[in-house]
Write a protein of this length. Structure first.
Length: 276
């Protein structure tokens, strides 16, 4: 069996199939880990979503911010899509309810001790070790899978609170956890989230650190695979495996083998669109 982690697909279904053909992926024997953001901005979110769902136990996916955005739009008739969103095909599909229900039951964070990797879409704040992060991810997962998921999705957006406290409760607590796991790139040394900085390291304001370089980060001993950060690009070192290589924006779609060697495999993305 081969296990591969794959960066953000974002509706680039044909590129995904080209990558898997090159890997000679066998769904009866192999396993795929997806870093989230299966949908949005790319040309065929519906096909990407149907394909990964159809893989069943041969695929493991964590939720990304664009996946949550799809759920939020579906849950709130008054919420408008952005100019670059390509979600309507999913919302109009005859199997939309089935696809959205499957998406709503995906995890936000996954850890496989036997492989020695954790999988998240964006990152972890420095105050959390892996055990704490898994517990907090489960809090949001429980709400998403429950009867109150629409209320959470309607109040999910926002940048506050921007710093963790054990005393956080209710929607504020859930929003902070969600922002860390699906939106985080930079934070300050005390763990304050800096959600508006999106460029590569070196472009951020003084006092902001890439989350994985934050001093005294409590998850530093965990090998973490993540996506979300296309301007960071491929980075595999110091227990960090960043796999969003900007397929959507003219880059590559990247897979990394997790068992036996950790080789990197990439395909160019002819489906890409220019930013903006």
């Amino acid at each position: 069996m081969a296990v591969y982690a794959i960066g953000d697909v974002q509706g680039c279904y044909k590129s995904l199939r080209t990558l898997l053909d090159g890997l000679r992926f066998d769904p009866s024997a192999d396993l795929l880990w997806f870093t989230g953001d299966l949908v949005n901005r790319g040309p065929d979110s519906l096909a990407a979503l149907r394909f990964v769902k159809g893989l069943g136990d041969s695929a493991l996916t964590v939720l990304g911010n664009h996946d949550l955005h799809l759920l939020a739009v579906a849950a709130d008739a008054d919420r408008r899509q952005g100019k670059l969103d390509t979600l309507q095909s999913v919302l109009d599909a005859p199997d939309a309810d089935e696809l959205l229900d499957w998406l709503r039951h995906l995890p936000l964070l996954h850890h496989a001790p036997e492989l020695g990797y954790a999988l998240v879409h964006a990152g972890l704040p420095p105050q959390w070790d892996l055990t704490q992060a898994l517990e907090r991810a489960q809090e949001v997962e429980t709400v998403l899978r429950g009867d109150d998921h629409r209320e959470f999705l309607q109040h999910m957006y926002g940048d506050q609170p921007d710093r963790w406290s054990d005393s956080l409760q209710g929607l504020d607590r859930l929003r902070f956890i969600t922002n860390c796991l699906t939106r985080l790139r930079y934070c300050t040394a005390d763990g304050t989230l800096c959600l508006h900085s999106k460029g590569p390291p070196g472009t951020q304001p003084e006092g902001q650190y890439p989350w994985f370089e934050c001093p005294e980060r409590r998850s530093a001993d965990t090998r973490i695979i993540f996506g979300h950060w296309s301007t960071l690009g491929l980075r595999v070192r110091d227990n960090i495996c960043a796999l969003d290589t900007g397929c959507l924006w003219g880059g590559e779609l990247t897979a990394m083998r997790l068992d036996g060697g950790g080789g990197i495999h990439q395909v160019m993305c002819p489906e890409s669109v220019a930013p903006g």
